[in-house]
Design a protein around this ligand. Structure first.
Ligand code: NAD
Length: 358
């Protein structure tokens, strides 16, 4: 069956890193991967071409695709635009129009890069965890919300933490499905000792766990989870949590790896249709110089192969190829250390393609 992938390079370093990721993807055709690539505009590039960060044509192509591969959007050129026209609106619009409610944020640290972390190498070397964050509900979207004036004249700000059983059930299912493809352990993070909403979260996640007898489920309060992530992060396989807790914990986990250019991410729906992108932004400070690290985008291709295209063997091969180039001592400027060979974006991409087929 042919898979449709929409490629959206975006702005800044987006086109440079995307060119390398596409080379990797296209090279897998010789291994039997049947893909059709479409190309579109999003973000500042789309605004310049058509006056909107999310053109109707891009949305149509995204709806028709099995997966979207995105570079990054944004940059100083578009910062003074009206908020509705800013590049980031293109990203948010895609996520909401496609109903991508689960955000997958792996934190993976190759042993070769363990010295890049601010934690001791033995604490993080070989780290491989996945945070599954609920993305479209919870306190960021709950009603009522706002700032009101009280009878005594002072103002009061308020937001609502709300999750329905079906919202909890569907994010829990994504987490358990992913755990089945990984280490078969899920840790659900909540604040059930204080928040009724997450008491329900804990109850519903436990009910879903009954459908996955091969997966072991544990529960942890968010304050302890934040502590355990820096104390002993290798204890985790899959963490599933609410929108706000996931927002905070996924950035904390990403920083355990010390290198923003290496990390992929995904946002998926219940059918595992997804949008895949590196976690970093458009890095305008290095755009056009040919020095950006393409590995986060290449690893986003690996995630897409595993979670949407259902090609776990090819996903693993891409990940192994990335590991092989790191073992060869190749490094882009952002992860360079003494004794390694400094390479540019295109050389790094070519090295991954060579390692894939070596
Ligand atoms: P950034 O992630 O673009 O850059 C932060 C720092 O990391 C910069 O020094 C940059 O050079 C470096 N860096 C990032 N990716 C790199 C890579 N692949 N290789 C080497 N170095 C890399 O964050 P920022 O500077 O805060 O934001 C720049 C623009 O990107 C802004 O317009 C912001 O809104 C946008 N942004 C977009 C996304 C996205 O598209 N998902 C995410 C974050 C920020």
């Amino acid at each position: 069956m042919s898979h449709k992938v929409l490629v959206l390079p975006g702005d800044g370093i987006g086109p440079e890193i995307m060119a390398e990721a596409v080379k990797v993807l296209e090279s897998l055709r010789s291994d039997g991967l049947d893909i059709e690539l479409e190309h579109g505009l999003v973000g500042g590039a789309a605004h310049d071409a058509s006056g909107t960060p999310l053109p109707e044509n891009t949305l149509r192509l995204a709806r028709a695709a099995d997966a979207v591969l995105l570079g990054a959007v944004g940059g100083p050129r578009w910062e003074s635009l009206n908020i509705a026209l800013r590049p980031e609106k293109g990203l948010l619009g895609l996520r909401s129009e496609l109903g991508l409610f689960a955000n997958l944020r792996p934190a993976l640290l190759y042993p070769q890069l363990a010295s890049a972390s601010s934690l001791k190498a033995e604490v993080v070397a070989g780290l491989d965890l996945m945070i599954v964050r609920e993305l479209t509900g919870g306190i960021y979207f709950g009603q009522p919300r706002g700032v009101r004036v009280l009878a005594d004249g002072q103002r009061e700000g308020f937001n609502t933490l709300v999750y329905s059983e079906s919202e909890i059930r569907r994010i829990a299912r994504v987490a358990f499905d992913i755990a089945m493809k990984r280490g078969r352990r899920v840790c659900s993070v909540d604040k059930a000792n204080v928040l009724e909403c997450t008491e329900l979260w804990r109850e519903v996640v436990s009910m879903v766990a009954k459908d996955y007898p091969q997966v072991s489920l544990t529960h942890m309060y968010v304050d302890n989870a934040a502590m355990q992530l820096v104390r002993a992060p290798k204890q985790f396989d899959v963490i599933v949590t609410t929108n706000m807790f996931g927002d905070i914990l996924s950035d904390e986990a990403a920083m355990l790896t010390g290198s923003i250019g290496m990390l992929p991410s995904a946002s998926v729906d219940a059918a595992h249709k997804g949008m895949y992108e590196p976690i970093h932004g458009s890095a305008p400070d290095i755009a056009g110089k040919g020095i950006a690290n393409p590995l986060g985008t290449i690893l986003s291709v690996a995630m897409m192969l595993r979670y949407t295209l259902d090609q776990p063997d090819l996903a693993l091969r891409v990940e192994r190829a990335v590991e092989a180039v790191l073992s060869q001592g190749l490094r882009t400027a952002d992860i360079h250390t003494n004794g390694c060979s400094r390479v540019g974006t295109a050389q790094m991409g070519a090295a991954v393609v060579a390692a894939l087929h070596g």
